[in-house]
Design a protein around this ligand. Structure first.
Ligand code: GDP
Length: 197
């Protein structure tokens, strides 16, 4: 897929204020600092589209972008920032739960995972929730350029092993690097394919 147009539409805190659910939607989420903004900018080839390294714990918003006038890309606020206050955490959980459960046009959630770390409880629990709720998701391992391929494979296997303890099927996964544009074609082909269904 060629990205011809990538346009910021709106930010808000409520699912009922999101754009009309008339186009398929793909949401990006992960722990703060996982490389989400960098990945979104790499996919869309727009350097400043998603704001990189915004202060974790600041205003938590659902950010909508319109791509090629054909689908929505959504940048969701990250989770798992240690210094987040309890109030913020509760607000995040509420907003994300509403969004994930009520967004009718949600085609797939991309759960971003830092490929340098072994399986993290917070990521496993989030995916466990998605699985239980029947929300379609895939795993996107980030920052693969920071280590050897074999090291990345080791971490991916660790996740797959842990996921397979609870689920018969493990989700599809992608290995990416925003720095080297790894995984871009694969992710865009995946979206194009889902859009066609
Ligand atoms: P976010 O908080 O999840 O949006 O993460 P950012 O996109 O702001 O990235 C956090 C940090 O990781 C920044 O310093 C980025 O430059 C760095 N980073 C993100 N993606 C990559 C990547 O693919 N490779 C490398 N080497 N660094 C990355």
């Amino acid at each position: 897929m060629q990205i011809r147009e990538a346009e910021f539409l709106m930010s808000n805190t409520r699912v009922d204020q999101c754009p009309a659910p008339t186009l398929p939607e793909y949401a990006f989420i992960g722990r703060s600092n996982v490389g989400k903004s960098s990945l979104i900018n790499m996919l869309t080839e727009r350097r400043g589209l998603a704001k990189t390294s915004s202060l974790p714990g600041k205003t938590q918003l659902i950010n909508h972008f319109l791509i090629n006038k054909q689908w929505y890309l959504v940048d969701l606020p990250g989770y798992g920032y240690a210094k987040t206050s309890k109030v913020n955490r509760v607000a995040w959980t509420r907003m994300i739960n509403f969004y994930l459960r009520q967004r009718l046009n949600l085609a797939c959630v991309f759960v971003l995972i830092d490929s340098r770390h072994p399986a993290q409880t917070v990521d496993l629990e989030f995916m466990e929730m998605l699985g239980t709720e029947g929300i379609p998701f895939v795993m996107v391992f980030t920052k693969a350029d920071k280590q050897s391929n074999s090291r990345t494979q080791l971490q991916v296997s660790d996740y797959m092993k842990k996921m397979s303890e609870n689920w018969d099927e493990v989700p599809q996964h992608f290995i990416t690097s925003a720095e080297e544009k790894t995984g871009r074609e694969e992710l865009l082909a995946f979206i194009e394919n889902v859009n066609r269904q």
